[in-house]
Design a protein around this ligand. Structure first.
Ligand code: ADP
Ligand code: MG
Ligand code: MG
Length: 876
């Protein structure tokens, strides 16, 4: 079986074999674009390598030799030939692009002899030595495992001794000296000389690229983006072209549209007289691509044409790498460009309007997970801001947090629950865990296509790059901006949309939907079958949900209403009451408050259904913490002239708290079990709901209350509660003279309810699957304990494919859901069914809900747009 393909033998369809980079290089070669020739070693070869215990087979080596011979014939150069050396790059290239996560080696084929040949051939010794030192550096780092900074330090020392600041100021002789020191370093670090045989260099580079599939950052990246671990990477071996040959050469990266906003303009950066990774690495801050139009107008024009062609060919925004060698343009890579959610939405909608793609494609182009970004908060435009500095607006959104200067601290602090802003001169792939942990990223060097910018955009994190006013002192962990000194732990804010660095914490405001976003969501509404509701327990959330397109409230929890500061004492009175009269007195005080809550929500949801869940959590959640109480009581006891009545009160309270203590509150006295033992509590809530309905009905507000009984496991529980609700509803309707249509349903959140759904449906007008509790009770995991104790390891060790509290376990919990729907509808064919767990806002779970035939999903207000899109994708 063939394991090596010359570029002209492949095409874009062969992505899984050739990797994204290889497939596109092949496709561009076929299309006649100026791509330096080369060949691709397949992902299968990578898998063979791992299967053979990290060995390259003889057969593969043979195929590589043959492809190399072809490449030599094509280029008229020869690997290792001093009079006309072929130099190649050895580039990683996975099926799904993982920018910067794996390794690439440039200028391979150089050694002590060929470098002299290159110098003579080009008449440019400085260039030749520059290439050679780059090669030793990259090979040393990637293949020999010598720390990058050791090489950098040698260069710094030479620059210092010459009294120069920038690399281009170093002469041929200087680079020669650098090379000598590099070779010494290699000898010291590895115990052998730098490998001189180009064939050996190539073999080892291929192995290193295969190995880089499993380097730590690539593994983390794959986990983050849910890319399978067994795909392997391809390796591209390609003739080098040189952007570092002088001022008529250069290298750059450009997007066919702005990846941050989606605006339709060529967007990118370039560096004159530079090679490869200089742009991405953030070592020098590059110039915007528009300036290429002035400096190399012909090249700019040609590049513009090619980029248009590529965009049309792939029907998607492209991210293109190019190099100019002595006035000639080469294209080195093209791929679908990573973009912010903002840009994704705008590009998808624009491309439909430009006739490049259809609506269906547009809907599939935007990842619902990514939408969270747009739905992020931003800096309040009316806030008083102290702007410290301005950098490049590399990834939009606002973030506030404590400053940290390294990725490890970022991760550590974030694990402790702190919000951090990662501040670095530039980031490298080694910092990825810090970027994941941080709220936002701020760098002093590098451009819009630097590592920090690309990674942050991919994750939807706010990011500012190239903020050159920052003087970062990593040693002292200080940041100097003008006269302001910011130390590790100080508060800082960044606005990635404007590039502003702000002192302290700044007020953030809720997001709004852009015009394009509305359009896309309207297209989504045309195709989706699932309705989308929101979980909201106050008028503000209800209004927000409605603005985002919610078609009702799927879960209005009533316990939050009990937890407001001024109500807690009354709620406690209610709980601590010794007699029914005492309890009723407290409930009577709560009634008008609870009524007001519903009035506000009903007004906001005028015309739409509202599902209200009666009190669910165990009562002790409203009581003080037992340990705090003990401390207070002890203090009172030890103070000689303390208030005896106060002490008695606290002691009483302690007794009650102890009496209510449960070993397993999650499985304890909660949900409808409360309503059955203390019907007066549910009666008060139902009264508040119906009184509120009659009030707003008189204002002309249309309300459709749906009363939901939580945690039913046996039909008799629902039967009792239904009777209670109907009685109170009847009373209120008689008192007010307003007739109110309503329904009564239940949550299906313990397995027994799903198993006996046919019986339960006799008493229910609707089912709402509470998949948070259903997941807890099906797995027998206590959510609060499991996540910290073992669940992460379970997912890491692949014992579970996903955290079932985030992505619905379709095989187990999902089976109960499907069974519940089916059994319920056997009893009541038009039984309304929905889901109100957090899964209702997660795309894969939404796909499941669609397939299971639910009527609606309900999720947090900010996730409503995401759910609308995910529901559409499920239907396509
Ligand atoms: P990554 O996947 O990290 O982007 P690449 O394989 O694309 O890595 O290589 C990084 C950079 O190296 C490219 O952007 C390009 O500028 C440079 N490069 C790669 N191959 C060549 C080549 N054949 N000639 C000149 N430069 C190259
Ligand atoms: Mg690249
Ligand atoms: Mg529940």
């Amino acid at each position: 079986e063939k394991r090596v393909y010359l570029f002209h033998e492949g095409n874009a369809q062969m992505r899984s074999l050739l990797g994204g980079k290889g497939a596109n290089l092949a496709e561009m070669t076929r299309a006649g674009l100026p791509v330096p020739p080369g060949f691709t070693i397949t992902t299968e070869a990578c898998n063979d390598y791992y299967a053979a215990g990290k060995q390259l087979s003889e057969q593969l080596l043979d195929e590589i030799r043959k492809a190399l011979a072809e490449l030599e014939a094509q280029t008229g150069k020869k690997l290792g030939n001093p009079s006309n050396p072929l130099l190649v790059s050895v580039r990683s290239g996975a099926v799904y692009s993982m920018p910067g996560m794996m390794d690439t080696i440039l200028n391979l084929g150089l050694n002590d002899e060929t470098v002299e040949g290159l110098a003579q051939l080009t008449g440019n010794p400085r260039f030749a030595y520059d290439c050679y030192r780059r090669f030793i550096q990259m090979f040393g780092d990637v293949v020999l495992g010598i720390d990058h900074y050791r090489f950098e330090r040698i260069i710094e020392n030479v620059k210092e001794s010459r009294g120069v600041k920038h690399d281009p100021e170093l002469s041929a002789e200087d680079w020669k000296q650098v090379i000598a020191s590099f070779q010494k370093l290699v000898q010291e670090q590895t115990g052998s000389a730098f490998p001189q045989d180009p064939q050996e260099q190539l073999r080892r580079a291929v192995i290193a690229v295969f190995d880089s599939w499993n380097n730590q950052r690539a593994v983390i990246y794959r986990k983050l983006h849910k890319i399978p671990d067994d795909l392997g990477t391809a390796v591209n071996v390609q003739m080098m072209v040189f952007g570092n040959m002088g001022d008529d050469s250069g290298t750059g990266v450009a997007f066919t549209r702005n990846p941050s906003t989606g605006e339709k303009t060529l967007y990118g950066e370039f560096l004159i007289n530079a090679q490869g990774e200089d742009v991405v690495a953030g070592i020098r801050t590059p110039q915007p691509i528009a300036q290429l139009a002035e400096q190399m107008p012909e090249i700019y024009k040609q590049f513009q044409e090619i980029s248009q062609r590529l965009e049309h060919h792939y029907r998607d925004m492209q991210d293109i790498e190019f190099t100019v060698e002595r006035g000639k343009l080469f294209i080195l890579q093209t791929r679908a460009g990573k973009r912010t959610a903002h840009a994704a939405v705008r590009i998808a909608v624009d491309m439909v309007q430009e006739g490049i793609i259809d609506k269906k494609t547009a809907l599939l182009r935007v990842d619902p997970d990514q939408l969270n970004q747009i739905l992020h908060r931003r800096v309040d435009p009316d806030a008083q801001l102290e702007v410290l500095a301005k950098g490049l607006p590399a990834s939009p959104g606002a973030a506030s947090g404590q400053v940290v200067f390294d990725a490890d601290t970022a991760e550590k602090w974030a694990n402790d629950g702190r919000r951090v802003i990662l501040v670095r001169p530039e980031t490298t792939p080694e910092d990825i865990h810090g970027i994941i942990a941080a709220e936002g990223v701020l760098t002093s060097r590098g451009g819009m296509t630097s590592h920090a910018a690309v990674v942050a955009r991919g994750m939807g994190k706010p990011c500012i790059c190239g903020c050159e006013e920052l003087k970062i002192d990593l040693q002292r962990k200080e940041l100097h901006i003008g006269n302001t000194v910011i130390r590790q732990g100080d508060q800082l804010s960044i606005d990635g949309g404007t590039g502003k660095v702000l002192l302290g914490e700044v007020p953030l405001i809720d997001p709004e939907l852009s015009g394009e976003f509305q359009t896309l969501l309207e297209w989504a509404d045309e195709v989706r079958k699932l309705k989308v509701r929101a979980n909201a327990d106050n008028p503000h959330d209800a209004a927000k949900a409605r603005e985002f397109g919610a078609e009702g409230i799927g879960l209005c929890r009533t316990e939050h209403m009990f937890m407001e500061a001024d109500r807690v004492p009354i709620v406690q009175e209610m709980i601590l009451a010794e007699t029914l009269d005492e309890r009723q007195a407290a409930l009577n005080k709560l009634l008008p408050m609870q009524r007001e809550d519903f009035v506000g929500i009903f007004r906001a949801m005028d015309g739409l259904p509202v599902t209200i869940r009666l009190l669910d959590p165990p009562l002790h959640e409203f009581l003080p913490d037992i340990e705090e109480l003990l401390v207070e009581i002890t203090q009172l006891r030890m103070t000689p002239d303390s208030d005896k009545r106060e002490l008695l009160k606290k002691e009483n309270l302690l007794r009650k708290v102890r009496a209510l203590h449960e070993f397993n509150p999650m499985l304890g006295h909660r949900g409808c079990r409360l309503g059955i033992i203390h019907p007066e509590i549910y009666a008060m809530q139902v009264r508040a709901i119906f009184e509120a309905v009659s009030l707003v009905k008189k204002e002309g507000v249309d309300v459709q209350p749906e009363i939901m009984i939580p945690l039913v496991g046996h039909v008799n529980e629902l039967y009792e509660m239904r009777k209670l609700v109907e009685e109170v509803a009847e009373q209120v309707q008689q008192e007010t003279g307003v007739s109110i249509p309503f329904t009564i349903g239940t949550m299906i959140e313990v397995p027994r309810a799903a198993l006996t759904a046919d019986q339960i449906a006799k008493e229910a007008d609707f089912f709402s699957f509470g998949t948070n509790d259903l997941t807890q009770t099906t797995f027998g995991y206590s959510r609060d304990d499991a996540e910290g104790k073992f669940l992460h390891q379970y997912v890491d060790q692949k014992i579970l494919p996903d955290n079932p509290f985030i992505t619905l376990d379709t095989e187990g919990v999902g089976k109960l859901v499907s069974m519940g729907v089916q059994l319920g509808r056997e009893t009541k064919p038009d039984l309304k069914t929905g889901i109100c767990g957090e899964h209702g806002g997660e795309k894969r779970s939404i796909q499941f809900c669609h397939n299971a035939g639910l009527n609606y999903v309900s999720c947090s207000p900010f996730r409503v747009p995401l759910a609308r899109l995910a529901a559409a994708q499920a239907a396509l």
